[in-house]
Design a protein around this ligand. Structure first.
Ligand code: ZN
Length: 486
């Protein structure tokens, strides 16, 4: 009888009905007071009917757009649930962390297998390869230099070879006071390794006089040897009681070139092609170690960071299906994060940082965060307003992101986001890892069975939804002030 009942759609009816009930209650109260008013032709009743109708019309104005939004949201939710499903996440995660991939150690066959697998994922998503030649591999080289011979003289006196240590990628080094090397000292109270490392990264040529108080530790400098990018700069450290005015050194190394590769796929933007949004994770891990009591020797790295890599592959599939990104999206699986971050360092040099609008680096999202399911944290939260944008986009989705609750652990500086952040890019890592109580972190037991894959799929969806307005170009996070970074 009431307008609400004559509404054909049951949904409209259920939305309008409470209002009509409210009006009919008023009518009943009125009836008690003025029973004579109650008749089918009563003006009052018609007014109420009209009022309910008006309410229905005004509600319609609100409800239609709200419902449209709801329908769009539901359609999106269905779409995202279909694309990023627990089943698909489990399949990718299980493959990447399988024993067959041997813990994805550096320069191993397992790492190459993982790279091929990620390539197949990017290819099936329809991403463009990073190279014009059709390859998704972003290849580069590092060198390992082994010192085989060293001679030196200080103020005309020969010194022992074991007191000379060079950090270089040159086979032959012949250096004297005329060579233009800068001079520096590491005193008895300085930290030997920290200071040597600083000179190594300076990009300049140095002769460093190391106080003999460090004689016992001088050999520890070999820890800095490992792989490095080929560089034109060399650092020669000399153990001596005092700096020399006259000096000469002749040092020989054997150089081994080693190849590494990131896997990178691109989804070009519709209108802002020159503005990049990056989703990344590292696909290397610790490889094979000594067997434990059960004979297991493989560091599967299911959480660290097969989980992040799985997320990158899933996100590539999601955004490819949506195909509505205004900005260009770059999906990157980095190599050598566990061995110095060479992959992300090389990657960061391939872009003009000013064109990178945001980086979502993903690390260890396979376990529940300290807040439980459907929540994650953002490292370096206070360094840009990107976290706030992500939180805004997650409102009403049931997901929550928080600032990193482990600031003492300096996680912002400890993953692949740091390289781009140092160039000013709003680059953060998203993680769920409970860094104060993650029992399998960097152990042989970081295996797929220890992960909550259902939650992991949800976190990947959360990352996708949180990035919405950045991918669309509506929001642009503020830049990192690199001068404030340590
Ligand atoms: Zn990691």
């Amino acid at each position: 009888m009431w307008r609400c009942e004559s509404v054909t759609s049951p949904l409209w009816f259920s939305l309008c009905k409470p209002l009509c009930h409210f009006e009919s209650k008023k009518l009943l109260t009125y009836n008690k007071l003025k029973p004579a008013c109650v008749s089918p032709t009563s003006n009052f009743k018609s007014q109420i009917s009209l009022s309910c109708h008006r309410n229905y019309r005004s509600m319609k104005k609100i409800i239609i757009p709200a419902l449209t939004l709801l329908l769009v949201y539901n359609a999106q939710a269905q779409k995202i649930n279909k694309i990023i499903s627990e089943k698909k996440v489990r399949k990718i995660e299980t493959t990447l962390s399988s024993d067959a991939m041997g813990g994805r150690g550096l320069f191993s066959r397992g790492l190459d297998m993982a790279a091929d697998f990620i390539t197949a994922g990017f290819k099936s998503a329809g991403l463009q390869p990073v190279n014009d030649n059709g390859s998704y591999f972003q290849e580069f080289e590092v060198v390992e230099a082994n010192q085989t011979d060293a001679r030196g003289a200080l103020n005309g006196k020969d010194i022992d070879a074991k007191n000379i240590f060079a950090l270089t990628s040159a086979e032959e080094l012949a250096v004297d006071a005329e060579s233009g090397y800068e001079l520096a000292t590491i005193t008895a109270s300085d930290k030997l390794l920290n200071n040597a490392y600083r000179y190594m990264l300076s990009g300049k040529n140095y002769i460093v006089w190391v106080d003999t108080a460090h004689a016992k530790n001088f050999n520890a400098l070999s820890r800095l040897k490992g792989e490095r990018f080929r560089s034109n700069s060399s650092v020669i450290l000399v153990l001596t009681p005092e700096p020399a005015k006259e000096f000469s050194f002749s040092i020989h190394h054997t150089i081994i070139e080693k190849k590494l590769k990131n896997v990178v796929g691109i989804l070009p933007g519709k209108s802002k092609k020159d503005e990049y949004v990056i989703f990344s994770g590292h696909y290397d891990h610790l490889g094979i170690g000594k067997p434990d009591a059960n004979g297991d020797s493989i560091y599967n790295g299911a959480n660290d960071d097969a989980a992040g890599t799985t997320a990158v592959i899933m996100l590539s599939k999601y955004f490819s299906k949506l195909k509505n990104n205004e900005r260009t999206i770059v999906f990157a699986a980095f190599t050598a994060e566990e061995s110095g971050g060479f992959g992300s360092q090389y990657f960061s040099k391939q872009f003009d940082p000013a064109k990178v609008m945001a980086m979502f680096n993903i690390e260890m999202i396979g376990t529940e965060s300290k807040w439980g399911r459907n929540s994650a944290y953002i490292t370096g939260y206070e360094k840009t307003d990107m976290g706030k944008i992500l939180e805004k986009n997650l409102q009403g989705t049931g997901f929550t992101f928080h600032p990193d609750p482990y600031p003492d652990q300096q996680l912002f500086y400890r993953s692949d986001n740091a390289t781009l952040a140092r160039l000013g890019v709003p680059a953060h890592t998203i993680s769920t890892s409970k860094m104060d109580s993650e029992p399998f972190y960097h152990t042989l037991d970081d295996e797929v069975e220890t992960l909550d894959i259902k939650n992991m799929a949800e976190i990947i969806k959360a990352i996708a939804l949180s990035s919405k307005t950045i991918v669309s170009g509506e929001d642009t996070p503020s830049r990192v002030d690199a001068t404030q970074l340590r």
